[in-house]
Write a protein that binds this ligand. Structure first.
Ligand code: NAI
Length: 247
């Protein structure tokens, strides 16, 4: 239980990769703040599951792209748990369209959730991490940041920005005991990829050396590693979790 006594916030923690991160961090002994935007029941289910395994957890509503809502949520988490040691910036959206047809709104909405969201969360939590001289920030980027993808110029920009943000922030807070890393998953079986046409996913499977999509838990385990004491000298890195699709 290497995360005993720690508190982790996972944004968008009610399903998919976020849910798996909640589970893996709780398995390490961390208390979990499960952020959700709309699906209260799914978040309550995650909390119940973590509690059933003996963990400490609570759900917190906020649209992380909204600064005021995020600040209120962070206040609620601080009054419930007293601290946040690990932040997993997982919440994200896609609004896919070829660039010739992409609207300004599709461009901005993806940047607002996927980049301003982490900005809101990190800026609210970083001062207390620096004061306490311990913190782990883990950003869920994407293979699309590294390879690009048809119809995802907005998403690629946001996820690429997240990697650049990770490296810059890692340099700024390295002496303050805070590490900042990213993971870049390939194609993982979640609601997000369920929206991708079957033929495209079949093509991804063919192109992936391991011949399959990933599972949310396979991302969750890497996130737990980055949060754990074992990863104490790792900062500013991007861990690829993609079955070999991008090397
Ligand atoms: P998902 O769509 O199942 O989960 C995303 C979660 O984020 C949902 O719970 C959603 O409610 C939440 N969310 C969205 N906007 C929010 C907001 N404004 N405030 C709070 N919560 C919000 O997708 P999945 O696949 O679990 O994705 C999780 C993260 O992993 C995302 O950042 C995604 O971009 C990234 N990713 C996913 C990959 C995949 O193949 N599934 C591959 C690479 C990265």
């Amino acid at each position: 239980m290497d995360l005993e006594g720690k508190v982790s916030l996972v944004t968008g923690g009610s399903r998919g990769i976020g849910r798996a991160c909640c589970g893996s961090l709780a398995d390490g002994g961390s208390a979990i703040a499960v952020n959700y935007q709309r699906n209260k029941d799914a978040a309550a289910e995650v909390v119940a599951e973590l509690k059933a395994k003996g963990g400490r957890a609570r759900a917190f509503q906020a649209d992380i792209s909204d600064e005021a809502q995020t600040n209120i949520m962070i206040e609620q988490i601080m009054s419930e748990f007293g601290q946040v040691d690990v932040v997993v910036n997982n919440a994200g959206i896609t609004r896919d369209r070829s660039f010739l047809k992409m609207t300004r709104d599709q461009w901005h909405s993806v940047l607002l959730v996927n980049l301003d969201g982490p900005f809101n969360v990190i800026s609210a939590l970083l001062p207390q991490m620096c004061d306490r001289k311990w913190g782990r920030i883990i950003n869920i980027s994407s293979i699309v940041a590294q390879m690009g993808n048809f119809g995802q110029a907005n998403y690629a920009v946001a996820k690429g920005g997240m990697i650049a943000f990770t490296k810059s922030l890692a340099r700024e807070v390295a002496l303050k005991g805070v590490t900042v890393n990213a993971v870049a998953p390939g194609f993982i079986e979640t609601d997000m990829t369920a929206a991708v046409p079957k033929e495209s996913l079949d093509m991804v499977r063919k192109m992936t050396p391991m011949g399959r999509l990933g599972k949310p838990e396979e991302v969750g385990r890497a996130v737990r590693f980055l949060a754990a004491p074992e990863a104490s000298f790792i900062t500013g890195q991007v861990i690829n979790i993609n079955g070999g699709l991008y090397m």
